[in-house]
Design a protein around this ligand. Structure first.
Ligand code: NAD
Ligand code: NAG
Length: 317
């Protein structure tokens, strides 16, 4: 009897959330205020990280900026301060867990308060065919895009749990939800990031830590240079799926974060290949990829990388 009542409740809840979330596509819920939050962003010196820092500042939060590149990180801090915000920079290699734990302790001591929002944004791609790719580059992708998530979350989640207040944001990629050729390192690490994030989200809910929110951000190619050269079929790119403007991508991610949305794919169209991956036969997806030109979209990207490397090594000599 209790089983049947639970079943009925569950079905009603499932329907309720489908309807609620459909309505939310049109009628956006109120955004939560984040003034007074302390937001830590990894990879803050990069394309998206730099914009995230400024967007969080715009909403009144203070930002802690972590990057392995001191000069680009300082550049981000400068942009934040020009906007009247507060930024604190730390040079951290997120793949080195001792470095992560040490700097987490430093942040706590320097600022005298806890990080309440963690944006795991640092990311890398090898940009070589797997068989040509040095082992260290493959390991680096796994360490930056996946392992680092464990270290940073271990460093900052305990205080969030203790306060039952916080937010963990993972910047993964649509390549964490479906894949394409010649980015094995990236796809493996981003699928791993998605798995990590979702398991953590389930854990928080199962443990009833409902004050710590999670948002998984999966963007399509963004014009930051990370995937420059990557190209799908001309007509499709022009009318359906062009590379995202970084500012637009971050604004869409912010919209999701500020309403505690658990998952966002940017643009929305990319939910489609995610669904078809699960629903259609593998071969159907292959022919769709061929039609869209997404089967070989990484070829020109890898070629461009090779040229860049060649030019650089010529310059060095
Ligand atoms: N650009 C895209 O097309 C795209 C698409 C989907 C997802 N993403 C993801 O968005 C995130 C940001 O990408 P981006 O385009 O701004 O890249 P980016 O290369 O411009 O910036 C990445 C930043 O991470 C930093 N970083 C790298 N290794 C680090 C380490 N070990 N420790 C600390 N910092 C480190 C770099 O110094 C750099 O400042 C990444 O996770 C990326 O995978 C990017
Ligand atoms: C660090 O960032 C600066 C400025 O963006 C860039 O010119 C430089 O090449 C980067 N250094 C490394 C080691 O990536």
């Amino acid at each position: 009897m209790i089983f049947l009542m639970d079943l009925q409740m569950m079905v009603l809840d499932v329907i309720y959330f489908i309807i609620r979330n459909s309505i939310r596509i049109v009628l956006r819920p109120r955004t939560k205020p984040i003034d007074g939050e302390l937001v830590l962003i990894t990879g803050a010196g990069g394309g998206l990280g730099q914009i995230f820092a400024q967007e969080f500042t715009k909403h009144g939060a203070e930002v802690v900026l972590w990057d392995i590149n001191t000069s680009s990180n300082e550049q981000t801090a400068k942009l934040v301060r020009e906007k009247g915000g507060k930024a604190y920079t730390y040079t951290v290699d997120v793949t080195d867990r001792h470095d992560v734990y040490r700097n987490a302790e430093l942040v706590r001591r320097d600022l005298g308060r806890d990080v309440t929002m963690l944006v795991n944004n640092a990311g890398v791609v090898a940009g070589e065919r797997m068989l040509d790719c040095p082992d260290e580059m493959i390991e680096r992708s796994m360490k930056v895009n996946c392992h680092a998530l464990f270290w940073t979350v271990k460093a900052f989640l305990p205080q969030m749990k203790a306060q039952n207040h916080g937010h963990i944001v993972t910047i993964a990629s649509v390549l964490g939800l479906f894949s394409t050729a010649c980015v094995e390192d990236y796809c493996a690490s981003k699928f791993a990031a998605v798995g990590f994030h979702e398991s953590l989200a389930h854990e928080l809910l199962a443990d009833e830590v409902d004050g710590v929110k999670t948002t998984l951000v999966c963007p399509y190619i963004v014009d930051t240079g990370m995937f420059s050269g990557c190209k799908i079929r001309e007509e499709v790119e022009q009318f359906l799926l062009s590379p995202l403007d970084p500012q637009y991508c971050v604004e869409q991610a912010m919209n999701a974060i500020l309403v505690d949305q658990p998952l966002v794919c940017i643009p929305r169209l990319t939910y489609l290949p995610f669904l078809s991956r699960a629903l259609l036969p593998w071969e159907s997806n292959v022919v769709t990829y061929r039609f869209m030109g997404s089967d070989k979209c990484m070829y020109p990207f890898i070629e461009a990388r090779k040229q860049l490397l060649l030019n650089n090594s010529v310059k060095v000599e």
